[in-house]
Ligand binder design. Structure first.
Ligand SMILES: Cc1cc2nc3c(=O)[nH]c(=O)nc-3n(C[C@H](O)[C@H](O)[C@H](O)COP(=O)(O)OP(=O)(O)OC[C@H]3O[C@@H](n4cnc5c(N)ncnc54)[C@H](O)[C@@H]3O)c2cc1C
Ligand code: FES
Length: 275
């Protein structure tokens, strides 16, 4: 943000491409109208506004290395996200951000990474995963676990198939329910954690998914002895300003928009309303 007078004022971006991912998720690439680059860290979000409708916080899904355009994956939920789904290529949208804190990349360099994505949680994790794959030498072992309710809800499957082909990462996908055409793993995502051989003191776990998933994933990560300050989770709260002014996103005195949305479990453990 340039100055305090403009913090609530969206900048204009053009929708340069739109891709249908599933029945309810679209991937949009945006290009800022008045600047050549959009610089951000994996795990940050933007406030997207559709004029005359409103604003919604949405995670950035693309890699920070390619910053002339950036990507967002939007699930159709209510007024704003439905209006985003109605946009066409070449139309304009308002952007505030990037906002919040992303993943602690510097701390994680030289360590093993375990990604645990549930459903739409892959959207923010994809930004970090793509960065890690580009800078593969910065990190040691990389494991990606991804779970969804059924095969039709899996996002970015073309990319995931390409990740599976790589020899330098391990990728496992599971769904809770499927018919006979699904040949992959079946069952909740926690089942993929127990067989893993991890080096706990050297592993960072990056976990993003629905709140119900956190409880069970945290139990598995504790069984694996991953240190609490090396478990990074994302909190989703209703937001208005996105910049620590309105208090809408507050959890036990912490502003999720400003201090998060990425937090270590060590921090969240002391916020009774967080999980
Ligand atoms: C930091 C952050 C990052 C997010 N990243 C993404 C993303 O990458 N892609 C994406 O599709 N969505 C993301 N969301 C959720 C998204 O912001 C909401 O779905 C959106 O604000 C709903 O707005 P709406 O006007 O379309 O629907 P509304 O009419 O406001 O709400 C429709 C339904 O969605 C629920 N809802 C609204 N806001 C939230 C929220 N913050 N968390 C959970 N449920 C909510 C409401 O309870 C209601 O049931 C993110 C939210 C946060 C806080
Ligand atoms: S959304 Fe306003 S303080 Fe966080």
């Amino acid at each position: 943000m340039k100055n305090s007078a403009s913090v609530y004022l969206p900048e204009i971006a053009e929708v340069v491409s739109i891709r249908n991912l599933t029945d309810r998720e679209k991937y949009l690439e945006l290009r800022m109208k008045e600047k050549n680059e959009f610089t951000f860290h994996p795990g940050q979000f933007v406030q997207l506004s559709v004029f005359g409708i409103g604003e919604a916080p949405i995670s950035i899904s693309s890699s920070p290395s390619h910053n002339t355009v950036f990507g967002v994956c939007v699930r159709k939920m209510g007024d704003v996200t439905s209006a985003i789904h109605r946009l066409e290529e070449g139309s304009f949208i308002g952007v505030r951000g990037p906002l919040g804190h992303g993943f602690p990349i510097e701390e994680m360099k030289g360590r093993d990474l375990l990604f645990v994505a549930g459903g739409l949680g892959l959207a923010p994790l994809r930004s970090m995963i793509r960065y890690v794959l580009e800078k593969r030498d910065y990190f040691r072992r990389v494991t990606i676990l991804y779970g969804a309710k059924n095969p039709g809800e899996l996002l970015f499957m073309d990319e995931i198939e390409a990740w599976k082909e790589r020899k330098d990462i391990d990728v496992n996908v599971t769904v809770d329910n499927a018919d006979g055409t699904w040949s992959g793993d079946l069952g909740v995502i926690t089942r993929l954690i127990s067989p893993l051989q991890l080096a706990p003191s050297d592993t960072y776990a990056l976990v993003v998914g629905p709140p119900v998933m956190y409880k069970y994933v945290l139990l598995e990560l504790q069984i694996k002895h991953i240190p609490e300050d090396q478990i990074i989770l994302s909190l989703e709260r209703r937001m208005k300003c996105g910049i620590g002014k309105c208090g809408h996103c507050q959890v036990n005195g912490v502003y999720v928009c400003l201090d998060g949305p990425k937090f270590s479990y060590h921090t969240l453990k002391f916020l009774p309303e967080a999980l």
